[in-house]
Write a protein that binds this ligand. Structure first.
Ligand code: ADP
Ligand code: MG
Length: 347
């Protein structure tokens, strides 16, 4: 029965997974994890109950572990995000996450199926999706073509624009939190991980949240906006600035503020902040289309309550593709690589 169980891309042949694992064994925990059996003693089993069968672990982040599960009632596969209860003293970030996912339900946001409050774990059962953009970057030997990066920019901006239209900000935009669809949906990029999401307007009276200072860093330092480093609470502008750093990361393969080694986390964050503030973006991006620099300068100059012109930004990237006679056809580098490796797979 093993062949029927989904792997990383969903329905992908076994040998590709094996190849990916042997290449990336040490570097890529996620891919390594995909074939790791979940111990029968793992407490998630207990909290899941008898309706779901735990298949394997597919991801983990700062807050939870993500598994593939099979619903015994309909024989369908789902993703299950589990969060230990003790770690946060009875409450978890998973419940607000589920609420935001439901509120923002729509195209390319994972559908919520169930929420289980076990004694040891809280569990969110949702639509099963494919690998994240960081895994796919590794799969493509940490090189994305310009066409792939422009298509990523367009789709990820569409997701953020959609989220903002629901009056919600994500607050942790990074490659790991964008995943492609499962199986044949690998041309669609989804936004996941609403663990830090929040309102930028009150759902009651529509008033914009107030600027606060001296907050501790929320999100991921590598992609955090400069204002977030400075302790300001986040608003729409920060989602967009973080996306700018994601795009530079894909263009350059590495951000200038990566790899700082300090004993204290605080010192590391300070170094990252300084490097971000002093980075010569013009020089760093001189070899690349100006649209990326333009994007970043625009987002960095937005005010706390400003409504970003995200549609215009999308148009800028679309125009760049058009000028270069590139078709926005969803044939990302990973789609092409996989088509080559899986005989008979159509694009
Ligand atoms: N619905 C899903 N389907 C498939 N993989 C998922 C799904 N949700 C999350 N993942 C994977 O699990 C990883 C961790 O999940 P995430 O929600 O980001 O947890 P954390 O809050 O701990 O960062 C993600 O980076 C992604 O690769
Ligand atoms: Mg995450």
């Amino acid at each position: 029965m093993e062949l029927l169980e989904p792997d990383l891309f969903g329905g992908l042949t076994k040998n590709i997974t094996a190849e990916m694992i042997s290449k990336d064994k040490k570097k890529d925990k996620y891919i390594d994890d995909t074939d790791a059996p979940v111990s029968k003693r793992h407490k998630v089993h207990k909290s899941l109950g008898s309706e779901y069968k735990l298949i394997k672990k597919i991801g983990s982040g700062a807050f939870g572990e993500v598994f593939v599960v099979k619903d015994r009632r309909d024989d369908q596969y789902y993703a299950c995000k589990a969060q230990k209860v003790e770690e946060s003293g009875g409450a978890t970030l998973l419940f607000p996450e589920a609420k935001y996912l439901i509120r923002c339900a729509g195209d390319c946001i994972p559908r919520v199926k169930d929420y289980i409050q076990g004694t040891n774990y809280h569990i969110l059962i949702m639509e099963l999706l494919g690998p994240n953009l960081e895994n796919l970057f590794k799969y493509c030997e940490r090189k994305f073509s310009l066409k792939t990066i422009l298509m990523i920019a367009i789709q990820t901006l569409m997701r953020i624009n959609y989220l903002h239209s629901k009056l919600v900000i994500h607050k942790d935009i990074k490659p790991e939190n964008f995943v492609v669809g499962y199986g044949s949906n690998e041309k669609r990029i989804y936004l996941v991980d609403f663990g830090l999401a929040g309102d930028f307007r009150s759902p009651r009276d529509g008033k914009h949240i107030e600027l606060q200072k001296r907050k501790s860093l929320c999100g991921t330092a590598r992609y955090a906006s400069i204002n977030t480093h400075e302790g300001h609470n986040q608003s729409r502008r920060d989602d967009l600035e973080s996306l700018g750093y994601v795009l530079i990361y894909f263009l350059l393969g590495k951000l200038p503020w990566q790899g700082f080694d300090t004993k204290e986390k605080k010192d590391k964050y300070k170094k990252i902040e300084k490097s971000k503030k002093t980075a010569n973006l013009e020089k760093l991006l001189e070899k690349y289309p100006q649209v990326f620099l333009k994007y970043l300068n625009y987002t960095k100059n937005l005010g706390f309550e400003d409504r970003p012109c995200t549609r215009d930004l999308i148009k800028l990237f679309q125009k760049e593709m058009h000028l270069r006679e590139m078709e926005n056809d969803g044939n990302f580098d990973w789609v092409l690589k996989r088509a080559k490796q899986v005989p008979g797979k159509r694009q």
